[in-house]
Design a protein around this ligand. Sequence first.
Ligand code: THU
Length: 130
Amino acid sequence: MEFKELVKAARKAKRYSHSPFSNYRVGAALLTSTGKIYTGCNIENSSYSLTICAERTALFKAVSEGEKKFVAIAISNDDKEFASPCGACRQVINELAGEIDIILTNGKGKIKKFKTSELLPYPFTSKNLE
Ligand code: THU
């Protein structure tokens, strides 16, 4: 699967981005193992650190509705640079979705595909707490 529909959904999800401080719109689309897509956008706050990224919005929406198994997440921005997930989002992707495909796109419609472990090698996990 080339994740065309998922990338399209991530692009579309940007339209609800609430980013008055950075003007940097991000959209994410998360694919479940049953083929359902959950989308998310970044939502900024005047108390800056309360901002949430698009990837975590999508993951939290899905998990809060009972989803547990995921296949891929696509991330989109308007920039010519690829929309790479921040460190916090990499940690949350690994925790809630595990080893999935992470599809980065840029404003020019190009795509790069990674596995979670490529973007977050040697992670901190629940195993560290045993
Ligand atoms: N942002 C995301 O939505 N995802 C990322 O992985 C990187 C950063 C958002 C947060 C903030 O609203 C804006 O991009 C600039 O940092």
